[in-house]
Ligand binder design. Structure first.
Ligand code: ADP
Ligand code: MG
Length: 484
């Protein structure tokens, strides 16, 4: 089970986690201005007067952003609010020229929803989503160019974000990682966010507290801007342990914002936590309440692609895959695409086994992702085809796959070149069997006097003599008949 307890001197502690995920929407322009969102442009190239907070500039909502937020809400089966309000969240930062961030507070566009986690054992856990709201991103202060000055890059200021807030439903670092993975898969499937955590398109704040089983929720700390799933895992484990140590030595947890130092693997105080009233939220007088129609929502609903959970269900019910394998394949859109290409032409179960077992194992070894795989779905399909039509055995196929990785050649070419074709000619196999029996008369006698277990020995010998090329089913049948 994924639940994880921390053993303390005073008993077991339960870890409670709620995540706030910021996902940059895939709009080409910003949330309230026409400036570009192109990543990697020169600093301050993507800045309009609105983003620079010039006096008198008025924000205009980006319709595409509304669509993507609704799309995300529908994808997690959430309530869509036809009326939502943009508020000003006031705070001063050099990289926030307006002096406030336009966000949504009491009336967000998306209400309660749910995300299903695919846990390693194949079990599924539901985690509640509290809300999704739209808000502007801030710019970036750069301190690395000059020891005396900070520079400001406003390219990100005003970029459209969704903040997806979960209920405090997760109980281990593994569950938090599974949540982030699943959410990432969903937004990528529907094209709402590219999910690229390295570029900062997806960032996560982890709220962590601990409690004794059965007790009310404890005081939480929020770890800001964790930018990879691996760091999220580490940060939570460190933070939960830190809290347990404080509580067990009689201390108290102060609610605060902390940051994760990935080099040291620890969390540190950033600021003591401000409350909502510190931000003096109020409805932005520059923006009307956002009203959308049910028809707009229905149109988006009709355009949703098959989502990870639906796809997983189809793989289990139609293709007979295990929940675990199905979960692994749907977890990344690229995996699913690769798999679809395989399963369209080949046995779906054999395809899943070869992909998640043999292919992934070899990709892991060379630290390659599926998009960098030297073996395309077409090529792996070629190999599977040779297994399906009995040209080679599964065992030989593993060697062929190794050679495919080394040489980039097609399976058929390798099998031809190396003479790896399976021997199905019964005459040839019988000849090998006769040789093996002649070389082991004592074993034959033992077998015939009832030592059935020796059958495996004979199969092994025959396969060895044939260089692994004899068709296993034929070997079995012929051996049985001859040993009688
Ligand atoms: P804020 O907006 O101040 O960060 P919220 O009440 O919106 O506060 O909560 C933010 C996140 O903290 C949510 O994801 C929620 O699930 C999580 N959370 C709330 N209470 C706890 C707790 N005791 N332990 C862990 N996470 C919590
Ligand atoms: Mg928060």
């Amino acid at each position: 089970m994924a639940q994880q307890f921390i053993k303390g001197n005073t008993g077991d502690w339960e870890i409670i986690i709620g995540l706030e995920v910021h996902a940059q929407m895939t709009t080409k322009s910003k949330l309230f201005s026409g400036a570009s969102t192109q990543f990697g442009n020169e600093p301050n190239q993507n800045v309009s007067f609105v983003d620079a907070g010039m006096p008198g500039m008025l924000p205009v909502i980006n319709e595409k952003a509304i669509e993507l937020a609704v799309r995300t809400g529908l994808a997690i089966k959430a309530q869509i609010n036809l009326r939502s309000i943009f508020d000003r969240k006031n705070y001063f930062y050099p990289d926030l020229p307006q002096g406030y961030q336009i966000s949504q507070f009491l009336d967000p566009i998306v209400g309660k929803g749910e995300i299903l986690l695919d846990m390693p054992g194949g079990e599924v856990k539901a985690v509640g989503v509290t809300r999704i709201h739209m808000e502007q991103d801030a710019g970036k202060s750069l301190h690395e160019y000059n020891p005396k000055f900070s520079y400001i890059d406003l390219n990100r200021a005003g970029v459209a974000l969704m903040e997806i807030v979960s209920e405090p439903d997760m109980r281990s670092a593994d569950e938090a990682a599974a949540y982030l993975k699943k959410l990432r898969a969903i937004v990528r499937y529907i094209g709402a966010c590219d999910g690229d955590m390295e570029k900062g398109s997806m960032r996560c704040d982890a709220n962590v507290s601990v409690r004794k089983v059965g007790q009310p929720l404890g005081t939480r700390c929020e770890i800001k801007n964790v930018n990879s799933i691996r760091f999220l895992h580490k940060a939570i484990e460190f933070e939960a342990m830190r809290q347990v140590e404080i509580l067990e030595s009689g201390g108290e947890i102060r609610q605060e914002t902390r940051l994760f130092d990935s080099a040291k693997g620890e969390t540190r105080t950033m600021r003591t936590k401000e409350d909502a009233h510190d931000y003096r939220y109020f409805p932005d007088p520059d923006l009307l309440p956002l009203e959308i129609t049910q028809a707009f929502v229905d149109g988006i609903k009709a355009s949703l692609p098959e989502l990870p959970d639906e796809r997983k269900e189809r793989y289990i019910s139609k293709f007979g895959l295990s929940p675990y394998d199905a979960g692994v394949i749907v977890a990344e859109q690229e995996y699913a695409e690769y798999y679809e290409a395989l399963a369209a032409k080949h046995d779906p179960k054999i395809s899943a086994n070869w992909m998640t077992g043999e292919l992934f194992g070899r990709l892991n070894k060379i630290s390659a992702s599926i998009t960098e795989s030297p073996i395309s779905a077409e090529k792996l399909g070629g190999l599977i085809g040779l297994i399906e039509d009995n040209t080679i055995s599964g065992k030989i196929a593993k060697d062929v796959l190794d050679l495919m990785f080394e040489t980039g050649k097609d399976a058929a070419a390798i099998v031809e070149e190396k003479g790896m074709k399976q021997v199905t000619d019964t005459g040839a196999i019988e000849k090998v069997i006769d040789e093996v029996m002649a070389a082991n008369p004592d074993k034959v006698a033992e077998y015939r006097s009832g030592k059935d277990k020796l059958f495996g020995f004979f199969v092994g010998q025959v396969m060895k003599q044939s260089g692994g090329k004899a068709n296993p089913a034929a070997v079995n049948d012929l051996l049985k008949a001859k040993l009688q």
